[in-house]
Design a protein around this ligand. Structure first.
Ligand SMILES: [Zn+2]
Ligand SMILES: [Zn+2]
Length: 78
Protein backbone atom coordinates (compact mmCIF):
# COMPACT_ATOMS: atom_id res chain seq x y z
CA UNK A 1 0.00 0.00 0.00
CA UNK A 2 1.38 3.41 -0.89
CA UNK A 3 2.02 5.99 1.77
CA UNK A 4 0.77 9.49 1.34
CA UNK A 5 3.80 11.72 0.68
CA UNK A 6 2.34 14.49 2.76
CA UNK A 7 1.31 12.77 6.00
CA UNK A 8 3.26 9.53 5.49
CA UNK A 9 0.29 7.30 6.33
CA UNK A 10 -1.11 4.50 4.19
CA UNK A 11 -3.52 5.56 1.50
CA UNK A 12 -6.48 3.25 1.04
CA UNK A 13 -8.04 2.87 -2.34
CA UNK A 14 -11.25 4.64 -1.43
CA UNK A 15 -9.47 7.82 -0.37
CA UNK A 16 -6.71 7.77 -2.91
CA UNK A 17 -5.98 10.53 -5.35
CA UNK A 18 -3.15 9.87 -7.73
CA UNK A 19 -1.31 12.94 -8.91
CA UNK A 20 2.21 13.67 -10.12
CA UNK A 21 3.09 9.99 -9.79
CA UNK A 22 2.19 9.79 -6.10
CA UNK A 23 -0.83 8.62 -4.17
CA UNK A 24 -2.34 11.14 -1.79
CA UNK A 25 -5.27 11.17 0.59
CA UNK A 26 -7.95 13.27 -1.00
CA UNK A 27 -7.81 15.43 2.13
CA UNK A 28 -4.04 15.81 1.79
CA UNK A 29 -4.07 16.98 -1.78
CA UNK A 30 -4.23 20.59 -0.74
CA UNK A 31 -1.85 23.42 -1.28
CA UNK A 32 0.73 23.48 1.49
CA UNK A 33 0.62 27.26 1.60
CA UNK A 34 -2.97 28.37 1.02
CA UNK A 35 -4.83 25.09 1.75
CA UNK A 36 -6.72 25.25 -1.50
CA UNK A 37 -7.97 21.87 -2.72
CA UNK A 38 -5.87 20.76 -5.66
CA UNK A 39 -6.82 18.97 -8.83
CA UNK A 40 -4.84 15.80 -9.58
CA UNK A 41 -2.25 16.68 -12.20
CA UNK A 42 -3.06 20.36 -11.92
CA UNK A 43 -0.57 21.41 -9.28
CA UNK A 44 3.10 21.53 -8.42
CA UNK A 45 5.03 19.31 -6.02
CA UNK A 46 8.12 20.32 -4.11
CA UNK A 47 9.81 18.03 -1.59
CA UNK A 48 6.72 15.81 -1.46
CA UNK A 49 4.45 18.71 -0.66
CA UNK A 50 1.75 19.87 -3.06
CA UNK A 51 1.29 23.51 -3.99
CA UNK A 52 -0.97 25.32 -6.40
CA UNK A 53 0.98 26.71 -9.36
CA UNK A 54 -0.06 30.28 -8.80
CA UNK A 55 0.29 32.17 -6.73
CA UNK A 56 1.87 29.86 -4.18
CA UNK A 57 4.50 27.87 -6.05
CA UNK A 58 5.49 30.88 -8.13
CA UNK A 59 5.67 33.05 -5.02
CA UNK A 60 7.67 30.59 -2.98
CA UNK A 61 9.97 29.10 -5.57
CA UNK A 62 9.55 31.20 -8.67
CA UNK A 63 8.98 30.10 -12.24
CA UNK A 64 11.53 27.62 -13.60
CA UNK A 65 14.65 28.29 -11.61
CA UNK A 66 13.91 31.91 -10.81
CA UNK A 67 15.69 32.91 -7.62
CA UNK A 68 17.75 29.73 -7.50
CA UNK A 69 20.71 31.54 -6.02
CA UNK A 70 22.03 34.93 -5.01
CA UNK A 71 20.18 38.14 -4.66
CA UNK A 72 20.18 39.06 -8.28
CA UNK A 73 17.23 37.95 -10.30
CA UNK A 74 18.09 39.56 -13.58
CA UNK A 75 20.40 38.21 -16.16
CA UNK A 76 22.38 40.48 -18.35
CA UNK A 77 21.88 39.31 -21.86
CA UNK A 78 25.06 40.09 -23.67
ZN1 LIG B 1 -2.16 12.02 3.69
ZN1 LIG C 1 -1.70 27.70 -2.87
Amino acid sequence: MPNCPKCDKPVYFAERKTSCGKDWHSACLRCERCSKTLTPGGHAVREDKPYCHTPCYATLFGPSGFGAGGNSYKYDKK
